[in-house]
Ligand binder design. Sequence first.
Ligand code: HEM
Length: 413
Amino acid sequence: MSSAALAEPEALLQPLGSLDVSDPAIYAQDTWRPLFARLRREAPVHYCAESRYGPYWSVTRYNDIMAVELDHTTYSSQLGGIQVEDQPADMQRGSFIRMDPPRHTAQRRTVAPVAAPNNLASYAAKIRGRTRAVLDALPRNETFDWVDKVAIELTTMMLATLFDFPWEERRKLTYWSDVAICNVNAPDAPVHSEEERFAELLRMAEVFKGLWNERAKAPPRLDLISMMAHGEGTRAMPEMEFIGNLALLIVGGNDTTRNSMSGGLLALAENPSELAKLRANPALVPSLVAETSPYQTPVIHMRRTATREAELAGQRIRQGDKVVMWYISGNRDENAIENPDAFSVDRAKPRQHLSYGAGIHRCVGDRLADLQLRILWEEILARGLDIEVMGAPTRLYSNFIRGIRALPVRIAA
Ligand code: HEM
C-alpha cells in the first residue's frame, strides 16, 4: 500500500526502514508532513532500501541539507542528475544544473546575468504593467481557476520575455514546462511515457533551433537564447545539452514561481489573520513573499550522488549512493526554524529557508521570482481585491515539484 493511502497515525506506525517519501502520491494528497516529522525526529539521514526509484538516502534536517549543498565535491549533480528518479540512459538530457564544475561554472555564468540585480530593474515596469492588466481583466462574482488565469499567465509572460519568444505562442512554453517535469504515471500528465516526453522535447528543440540560428547571426542581446548562442560555454552545445538547458530554464522560470503565486493565495485564505495584518500594513509584502517560499516549497527535493565514501549525521554514505535533500522537510525543521509550520507574514527571519537551494547551484532566478511575487501582491492589495478560495486545490502528482494544478477562486465585485 502506498504510504499516502495511510491515515496519519497509521503512517507513523510503519516500520521506519520501509518509509518511502519518494512516493508522488503523498504530495498529490498533501499527507507528507507526519512522515517527514518522524524522519527528522527518528532518522534524520534515512536509508530507504527499496523504492520504485531504487535505494536512496533521505536528508531531512536543515543543517544536514546545507552540508550536502555546500560539499559539491562529495555530492555530485553530474553523476546521477538531480531527481530521485533517474532519466533513462538513452534519453539523458544534460543541463548545467546536472553538471559539476568546471562545466557548470562556465554555463551558469553565461545565463545568470539575465536575472542579475542590475537587470531586474529593467523588468519591473513591464511586470507591473502586465500584472495590472491581468488582475483588471479577471472576472468578478464568478468562480474561475487562479492557476490558469493568473499564475500560469503571469509566469509564462515572464518566460516569453526572458527568451524573447514569439508572444502569441507563449503557452507552448507552459506546455513544454509541464512535459519536461511531469510524472508520466500521473493520469492527467501531458505525456504518458518517457518516449513520448522525449519526442515532445525534440519538437521543442526544433522550434528553438530556428530562434537560435537567427540570434546567433545577430549581435548579442539580453535574452536567454541570444546569451546561449553567443556564450563561450554554451554556443557549441551538443543537441541533448541544448534540450536539457532549455528545459531547465523553462521549468526554472515557470513551474516554480507559478506555484508560489498559487500557494501564497491559498496560505492567506487559510490564515485570515495574516491577510488582515497584510491589509493593515502593505509594507509586509516582501516578508509575505519570503514566507511563501518555504511554506509552499515549490521544489520538493534535489538529488546528489556520492563521489566517495562519506559520513553524514552519523550515517555512512557509500560511493555511488543516491542522496536526496528534501527541502520540503528542511524548511519545516523545528531544530533550525522557529515555529516552522506556521504561516506568518511578520516572521523575524523570513529568509532562512532552503526553497532556492544553496551553494554553487543556488537558484539563479530567485530575485526575479521574488520580484514577480512582490509586484503581484502589491497590486492585489492596491486594488483591495477580495479573493475567496472556493474549493480545495488540485495538487500535482510529483515528488519533485510541489505544484497546484487548479485553484477555484471568486473575486467579489
Ligand atoms: C519560486 C520560484 C523558484 C524556486 C522555488 C526555484 C528553486 C530552485 C532550486 C531549489 C534550485 C536548485 C538549487 C540547488 O541545487 O541548490 C534552482 C536552480 C535553478 N533555478 Fe530556480 N527557482 C525558482 C525560480 C526560478 C526562475 C524564475 C528561474 C529563471 C529565470 C530559475 C532558474 C534556475 C536555474 C537556471 C537553476 C540552476 C542553477 C545551477 O545549477 O547553477 N529559477 N531553483
